[in-house]
Design a protein around this ligand. Sequence first.
Ligand code: PGH
Ligand code: CA
Ligand code: ZN
Length: 309
Amino acid sequence: MPISVGIEVLRKASKENYAVGAFNFNNMETLQAIIEAASELNAPVIVEASEGALKYAGARMLYNMVQALANQTTVPVVLHLDHGKDFRLIMYALRAGFTSVMIDASSFPFEENVRQTKRIVDIAHAMGVSVEAELGTLKGIEDTVSVEERDATLVDPKKAVAFVEATGIDYLAPAVGTSHGAFKYKGESKIDYDRIKKVKELTKIPLVLHGASGVPPSIVERAERFGARLQGAKGVNDDVLREAVNCGINKVNMDTDLRIATVGAIREILATHPEEIDPRKILGPARAAMKEVVKHRINLLGSAGKALL
Ligand code: PGH
Ligand code: CA
Ligand code: ZN
């Protein structure tokens, strides 16, 4: 079917208390892995491209690949711009046909975040496109932007309501203690469940969890066995993610897990088959490894079997 609009998928998830997986992609193999996994589980899915992905592959290329695959499946597929920070790049994504965009002005003071977000909402809504925005700061590295740990601040639930009312966004990414990348925590994960519940109770809109990769030991160990350096890697484990969804999360962003799965599979092939020069024999196993990761996470989120909108 045609590419679906973000809010149509997330409204149902919010009403029925499950979450939809939102997976980052830059290339064909990753996209195929995500959409095949979702199709096999009869789950709605969000494929998301960062500003870096737009620069790497081009928004039109990404859109056309998604459209080709969405047309071949019966599950809803949403094409989302992840962490849009540059006004012109957000316009570029809208023009290319993205059905959901994130404006991330969370590094600015509240009033400026409202101003920039509202401007995108006015434009995107006029085009029938949904908008995500962020409040508070995630620790760690965000694709192109690094945020110092000392600046880390979690979302204020009262400010979240004011933000949603002032901007008219469709879904909100509240900073609740996660961070991007493969090294999220030193000790145990510190997600603030009560804060998620409070924000949900007050805003009543779909909520987004960024930095949700699990960094599971199985895929980390495979990559390390063949030379990757990932000592100390740690993510949002399955139990923590399930609880976050119970508290009101409806969109779960994951990128790092697919990256590690890719690197592990490629490293293994290159190490064990040094004579191999067919890229398909190298990228194929990476695609298979990503598909497993995606299936595991979708099953956890409760969106399997929820394809009918
Ligand atoms: C993410 C992905 N993208 O917007 O939030 O986070 O690094 O945990 O995959 P991870
Ligand atoms: Ca941010
Ligand atoms: Zn993110």
